[in-house]
Design a protein around this ligand. Structure first.
Ligand SMILES: [Zn+2]
Length: 373
C-alpha cells in the first residue's frame, strides 16, 4: 500500500522538484496544500535583509516580504501580498523558506554537532535533502483530490485518515444543504449547524472537542457581524481549510476552555504590531499565545464569558498553571503543528556511542546564513 502522506522521497512525490531548465523549486505547502514556485534570493536581496534587520519584529516582516518576492509562480487564488498573508500558515512558510534556502545557499552545509551525552564536538557536512521529511495535512483540498486519484489507480489503497477526511467533507456538504433549506437568510451557517441536525443522524461537530463534551451553547450570529472583507474565493478557501479549524480543550486546573487554532502569517503580523519595539524574549512570550483563538469560561451566574482580545488572552495565558499550558501546546501540536516539514538527522557519537538526533530550525538557519553571507 502506498503511504502517500509520508512519502519516502519528497522529490519522487513531486512536492519539491528541481526544474533543470530554470532554477525554480516547486513547493506544495504542507497545511494549505497550495503550490508555489520559488527562486533563489539575489545577492542584493540578501544584503538588503541583512542591513534592515533592526528589531526581531522587523526580521519577521522582512522574511515574509523576501519570501513573497522570491515567489515566481503562485496559485491563482493568491492575488496579492495580503491574500498570501491570509492563506499561509507559519508551517507553510517553513516549506517555502526551505525551497528558497536551498536555491540560495545550496543543499550542503557544515555543522558543528555536539553530543548530548558527553559533549564531544565534531564537524560534519550535512546534505539537507537527506534530512527532509514532510507530513501534509490530510484535510486540504489538494490532499483529498490526490488521494481520490491514487485510490482510483491503485485499488488496494486505503488510508483510514483520508477516508475519515472525505467522510467529514461529505457530511459537511450535507449539513450545509440542510441548513440552506431551513434557515432564515440573516443567519450564518457555521454557528447553527449543530442545533439543526438531530443528534440521531450522527454527524460529528466541526470542532475537535478534547477532554469532554462541547461546553459552548450554540449561538446564532447575525450575518452582518461576520467579516466579509476578503474576496469570495479566498473566504471560501479558508472556510474549507485548516485555517478555519478550531480545537477546544478543557483545562483541568484552571477550568477554562481554550480554543486552539492554526494561525496564519496575518495573525502573526497583527500580534507583532502590538509590540513593535519588543525584545526577542518578549516577542517569543507573546507569539507563544498566537495559537489561542480565545478562552471561554463560565462565571458565577453561569454566563459564558469569551476572552478574545489579544492582550487579554496573553495575560490569562501567563497566569495559567503549567499543566494547563502543556495541554494547550499538546493540542496545537497534535491537531496542527505536526503538519509541517521537518529537517532532522541522527548521528552516532564516536566517543561514547550515544545515538544523537539533531533537528534544524530553518528560520534560525536562514537568518544565520543571511547574517554571515
Ligand atoms: Zn558522546
Amino acid at each position: 500500500m502506498t503511504n502517500f502522506r509520508k512519502p519516502p522521497n519528497p522529490i519522487e512525490y513531486g512536492i519539491f522538484n528541481i526544474k533543470i531548465d530554470y532554477p525554480e523549486y516547486t513547493v506544495v505547502t504542507p497545511q494549505t496544500g497550495l503550490e508555489y514556485g520559488v527562486r533563489s534570493l539575489s545577492v542584493s536581496e540578501v544584503n538588503r535583509i541583512k542591513s534592515s534587520i533592526t528589531t526581531p519584529s522587523s526580521a519577521v516582516k522582512l522574511m515574509n516580504e523576501a519570501i513573497w518576492s522570491a515567489i515566481v509562480r503562485k496559485p491563482s487564488i493568491v492575488k496579492n501580498f495580503d491574500d498570501f498573508m491570509r492563506l499561509t500558515t507559519d508551517k507553510d512558510r517553513e516549506a517555502l523558506l526551505y525551497g528558497i534556502y536551498l536555491e540560495t545557499f545550496g543543499n550542503e552545509k557544515d555543522f558543528t554537532l555536539t553530543c548530548r551525552n558527553c559533549g564531544t564536538e565534531r564537524l560534519s557536512k550535512i546534505i539537507l535533502d537527506n534530512c527532509f521529511s514532510i507530513n501534509a495535512y490530510p484535510g486540504s483540498e489538494s490532499m483529498k483530490n490526490q488521494y481520490r486519484v491514487v485510490k482510483s489507480i491503485e485499488k488496494d489503497t486505503l488510508d483510514p485518515t483520508m477516508e475519515e477526511e472525505i467522510r467529514k467533507e461529505s457530511l459537511k456538504k450535507l449539513r450545509e444543504n440542510l441548513i440552506k433549506q431551513n434557515l432564515p437568510s440573516n443567519v450564518t451557517v457555521d454557528d447553527s449547524i449543530n442545533e439543526l441536525i438531530p443528534e440521531s443522524t450522527d454527524i460529528p461537530s466541526d470542532d475537535n472537542m478534547m477532554g469532554g463534551e462541547p461546553i459552548e451553547p450554540v449561538r446564532i450570529k447575525p450575518k452582518d457581524e461576520a467579516e466579509e472583507t476578503e474576496s469570495d474565493e479566498v473566504t471560501e478557501f479558508i472556510k474549507n481549510s485548516i485555517i478555519s479549524s478550531e480545537t477546544k480543550v478543557s483545562l483541568p486546573v484552571s477550568k477554562f476552555v481554550a480554543v486552539v487554532f492554526q494561525p496564519t502569517l496575518k495573525d502573526e503580523d497583527e500580534l507583532l504590531n502590538k509590540l513593535p519595539f519588543g525584545q526577542k524574549k518578549q516577542l517569543d512570550l507573546l507569539t507563544e499565545t498566537v495559537i489561542l483563538k480565545r478562552f471561554e469560561l463560565t462565571n458565577q451566574n453561569s454566563e459564558l464569558i469569551k476572552i478574545t482580545s489579544r492582550m487579554d488572552i496573553y495575560e490569562q495565558y501567563q497566569n495559567l498553571p503549567y499543566r494547563d499550558k502543556n495541554i494547550i501546546i499538546d493540542a496545537y501540536r497534535d491537531n496542527y503543528g505536526q503538519y509541517s516539514i521537518s529537517l532532522s538527522t541522527t548521528w552516532l557519537c564516536t566517543n561514547c556511542g550515544f545515538d544523537n538526533t539533531m533537528s534544524l530550525d530553518l528560520v534560525t538557519q536562514f537568518f544565520r546564513m543571511v547574517a554571515t553571507s
